[in-house]
Design a binder for this molecule. Structure first.
Ligand code: CTP
Length: 409
């Protein structure tokens, strides 16, 4: 049997990037031989094994054919006769379809190295279409390697467009899609992921609520970029530039969905878009079964981002309601994430990327003030149950009034 390193490990070594996990392909072997060498099978009918010591994945060279819709609809053919070239041709991109032996001799039948040099993301063969998840994968690689100048090849974008129109994307499970989306959002240029999905028509299928933002104008005074979709991409870009966590990036992507619902005659104003957008945010959250913390923050940022921007003008009572809605007493981190999401929203505007955002520290200060109200003296006065809650609220309101006055003096 011959063993080769394949996929991302070869690609990233040639790009001079750190290699995190290594995939191997085994040519000329049978399942029985692998088991006899101590490899552990990953699944019952999948020709992939884990190395007994390193735990790395070793897959028997295989060809695959699609036999139905969705990911389950595959038949594999793994046998000692399947060649390395046959295994590589069923892979997604030429830059992912190179193999290397233990002396770093490259097998590159589909010119992945040339495409690496030319900075092109190109599909290997029509077999690309056998896994619709690859539409998301290509967009994710485009986001990851944008800083190196990589672009999707026109013929690959065309194939992605056909796949998007074919209805195949609907067959993807929430789990597989979310895995790609969440990884893509954590790349250095997540806005490129969304842009590429939009360019091939996949955004309209996966997140029509985000797609609908493009072409919708906003008032130029606050939004020199005008277009709501462009604004969303910029907010996402800011969140990555500021190294924000996934929760914040997800919230940035979804914060303005309500703007896509505004009747044209009301443009460029978007009255109550914060509230109107909530049902759309909920739908997107649920479609991809986003983790609970991502879901929650997206809804809260959607509902309250304008409050964030107006923080300095809010009445003390409104400020208190905001803090209560976030449960800042028990969930300080979530409020901090809200604050930075608002800041990204304020900076994701053409020419305003460097603006200061005094609202952030003002809100942090307000949360500290509200948290600083001690319960003990109220307990000593004999308050309990709902009355204690009311008394705490009154004290917090008093403290916030004083905070507001001192901030404006
Ligand atoms: N692959 C594919 N189609 C998929 C998933 C994977 O063709 N839907 C192939 C590609 O050759 C890929 C390899 O399997 O390079 C390994 O896949 P994976 O580990 O998911 O990705 P990597 O390319 O290693 O990239 P990453 O750095 O994102 O892990």
């Amino acid at each position: 049997m011959q063993i080769y390193k394949v996929g991302g490990a070869v690609r990233d070594r040639l790009l001079g990037k750190p290699v995190t996990d290594i995939d191997w392909v085994v040519v000329g072997a049978t399942t029985e031989e692998m088991l006899a060498k101590g490899f552990r099978p990953v699944g019952a009918d999948f020709p992939v094994f884990l190395h007994p010591k390193s735990g790395e994945e070793y897959a028997l060279a295989r060809t695959e054919r699609k036999s139905g819709r969705g990911y389950g609809g595959f038949t594999f053919h793994a046998s000692p006769e399947v060649t390395l070239e046959e295994d590589l041709i069923r892979r997604d991109l030429t830059i992912n379809a190179m193999a290397e032996d233990d002396e770093q001799n490259l097998t590159d039948p589909y010119h992945g190295q040339r495409d690496l040099e030319d900075r092109v993301l190109r599909h290997v063969s029509p077999a690309f279409a056998e896994d619709p998840l690859r539409v998301l994968r290509v967009a994710r690689f485009a986001a990851r390697y944008a800083e190196l100048g990589f672009k999707v090849a026109p013929e690959t974008l065309e194939l992605m467009r056909q796949l998007s129109e074919s209805g195949e994307l609907e067959a993807l499970t929430a789990e597989r899609s979310w895995k790609e989306i969440s990884r893509a959002l954590m790349e250095e240029q997540p806005q490129v992921f969304i842009q590429v999905l939009r360019d091939c028509g996949a955004l309209k299928v996966l997140m029509p609520e985000v797609d609908a933002l493009f072409g919708v104008p906003q008032p130029e005074a606050h939004h020199p970029e005008i277009d709501s979709g462009i604004h969303t991409l910029s907010v996402l870009e800011q969140s990555a530039l500021h190294k924000q966590p996934l929760t914040v990036r997800w919230a940035c992507l979804l914060h303005d969905l309500g703007k896509g619902l505004t009747p044209e005659e009301e443009w460029p104003r978007h009255i109550a878009h914060e509230h109107k957008g909530l049902k759309l945010i909920k739908a997107v959250n649920e479609r991809f079964k986003a983790p609970k913390d991502c879901q929650e923050l997206a809804l809260l940022v959607g509902q309250y981002h304008t409050h964030g921007h107006r923080a300095l003008e809010l009445k003390a009572s409104t400020l208190l309601e905001l803090l209560q809605s976030f449960d800042v007493y028990r969930r300080p981190q979530r409020f901090e994430e809200f604050i930075v999401a608002c800041e990204m929203d304020a900076r994701g505007r053409k020419g305003l990327e460097q603006r200061s955002y005094p609202q952030a520290d003002y809100l942090r200060g307000a949360a500290d003030v509200a948290r600083g109200v001690a319960v003990q003296p109220l307990l000593e006065k004999g308050f309990k149950g709902p009355e204690l809650g009311e008394a705490l609220k009154r004290e917090r309101l008093k403290a916030l009034k004083a905070y507001k006055e001192s901030a404006s003096s």
